[in-house]
Ligand binder design. Structure first.
Ligand SMILES: Cc1cc2nc3c(=O)[nH]c(=O)nc-3n(C[C@H](O)[C@H](O)[C@H](O)COP(=O)(O)OP(=O)(O)OC[C@H]3O[C@@H](n4cnc5c(N)ncnc54)[C@H](O)[C@@H]3O)c2cc1C
Length: 480
């Protein structure tokens, strides 16, 4: 240890990344017989960051993320460690279709699309979403030579357009993939978001061939310990994602939690036993040997600026989004058939909503019988204004879109509006390299300070857990 006394490790931010970092610091310390005082600093009054589940009138409502990809195992491993496997649920196996709203109608997406890449050409050729020329251009993926393997990055949009043509990007890839990031595909880094696409192109000379070769069945990709009833591509917990946050909270027995403790600055200590002084809003200070910074990147940039070049952090822009949940009595909207998980709206349609999840059809645990729960998403890169509309205007715009897309005019039992300003990090082209360089520089400039979270190596919940676990490992090795 660098200090004679027990080291103090501060974790800034108690979203899923920070909670996971604290959990794994505690767990890895125990496993290695290492001791530390772990202090979790959270600016707000609650744990979980973007995760917020609400129980209301028998409905389970997610205000932020609603589920996770099971094939990314970090979250399943954590769920197992927390004893929560029996809480897992998956999607309704009967709600497999997803639609795209185009030209005033909902069109089913071609079946067997893996992240928008057609695995089955025969069914892809039947889609009404593309004209004959566009379909023909998309199949040229089998012929288009790969871009040379020169180690450079490109945007997701440029890559997909190169392989499939612009129409396919506009009508299928953009609504599907951009929805995950609320992003502009022509600005998002391929290497940071879908590196498997580039790998498939390089290894198989075709994205379609490569994705076909690499795609195991969703259930086969899951560890054996996942209960049969929860095995599926997407999962959550029967009482909402809050279960995971509460599970972590309960497991952090050895971690001091300071709520309402906003980290304002980090500075090098002048002498003394511990290398860093953390200044909190309101004037308090904490002396620390190591710091895991998991706050959004603009705040992280402010904190780290005294030590290192933070341009990689400043380059990550955030998009603001909102969502509007609506609950109905099923009998009031009996004309609409919810035979899928919902629909996506391409930006070219010019609507306020970017997507609508048919929550009660997709996730059976979320709603009482004979009720319907819908969740409409608003705001994306280049069209964020909807997320800032006053409640009445936002609601009116969303209800107009709900009427135009699904013919639903009925009065909801209740609505729940959630605004998530500056919540969706956008990885710019070159992000992976820029973050690697930042981390290398930090090893010299501020050893023992590690920065991670949704703005770095993946926005998904499993990615945040993996990053928290990796941060814990880095911190322990910096202290030994
Ligand atoms: C609307 C929406 C839907 C999403 N849907 C999904 C989904 O379905 N599935 C999925 O896998 N992912 C989804 N995501 C992504 C996922 O929710 C996030 O990437 C993840 O929750 C981010 O966790 P985090 O801990 O890195 O950051 P955050 O959750 O943002 O946590 C950061 C924490 O830091 C705190 N903080 C900020 N400044 C300070 C400071 N100075 N000092 C101390 N604390 C500070 C904040 O209060 C916050 O608690 C979604 C995201 C959004 C916004």
């Amino acid at each position: 240890m660098t200090t004679a006394r027990k080291p103090v490790i501060a974790v800034a931010g108690a979203g899923l990344t920070g909670l996971s970092a604290a959990f794994y610091l505690q767990q890895q310390g125990r496993e290695q017989g290492l001791e530390a005082e772990i202090v979790l600093l959270e600016a707000s009054s609650r744990l979980g960051g973007r995760i917020e589940s609400l129980q209301k009138d028998g409905f389970t409502i997610e205000k932020g993320p609603d589920s996770f990809l099971g094939r990314k195992h970090a979250i399943l491993e954590l769920t197992k460690d927390l004893g929560l496997l029996d809480e897992l649920v998956t999607t309704n196996s009967k709600a497999v279709k997803t639609y795209i709203y185009q030209g005033g109608q909902l069109h089913p997406m071609p079946p067997k699309l893996a992240l928008g890449i057609p695995a089955d050409i025969a069914s892809f050729l039947k889609t009404e979403l593309l004209d004959v020329d566009a379909k023909f251009r998309a199949t040229e993926d089998f012929l288009v030579p790969p871009r040379p393997d020169d180690g450079t990055d490109e945007s997701v949009g440029a890559f997909l357009e190169r392989r499939f043509g612009a129409d396919m990007v506009k009508s299928i890839s953009e609504p599907l993939l951009a929805g995950i990031y609320a992003g502009n595909l022509y600005k998002l880094s391929l290497a940071a978001t879908f590196p498997q696409f580039r790998k498939a192109e390089l290894e198989h000379g075709s994205l379609i061939r490569g994705m076909r070769a690499s795609k195991p069945g969703a259930a086969a990709a899951l560890p054996d310990y996942v209960p049969a009833s929860a095995r599926g591509m997407f999962m959550t917990y029967r009482n909402g994602l809050r279960t995971l946050v509460d599970g972590l909270d309960n497991a952090l027995g050895g971690v001091e939690r300071r709520m309402g403790a906003s980290l304002r600055s980090i500075r090098a200590a002048e002498g003394g036993e511990r290398p860093y002084v953390l200044e909190l809003d309101g004037g308090g200070e904490l002396l620390a040997d190591a710091v895991v910074v998991t706050v959004p990147s603009p705040t992280a940039a402010e904190l780290l600026q005294p030590f290192t070049d933070v341009s990689a952090l400043r380059a990550v822009e955030y998009v603001s989004v909102a969502n509007v949940v609506m609950a109905f009595k099923a009998e009031t909207i009996a004309d609409m058939e919810f035979d899928g998980s919902g629909f996506l709206v391409p930006i070219s349609e010019g609507r306020t909503i970017t997507a609508c999840t048919w929550t009660s059809a997709k996730w059976l645990h979320t709603s009482p019988d004979d009720h319907v729960l819908l969740r409409c998403y608003v705001g994306r890169s280049g069209a964020e204004e909807g997320a800032f509309l006053p409640d009445d205007e936002l609601l009116a715009a969303v209800r107009r879109d709900v009427r135009d897309t699904m013919g639903i005019d009925a009065e909801p039992l209740f609505t729940e509006i959630t605004r998530l300003h500056h919540s969706m990090p956008q990885y710019p082209v070159g992000h992976v390299q820029a973050i690697a360089s930042l981390r290398d520089a930090m090893l010299q400039d501020c050893p023992g300070v590690y920065v991670t979270g949704a703005a770095f190596d993946g926005v998904g919940l499993p990615d945040c857990i993996r990053q928290g676990r990796e941060a814990a490992k880095k911190i322990w090795s910096s202290l030994i």
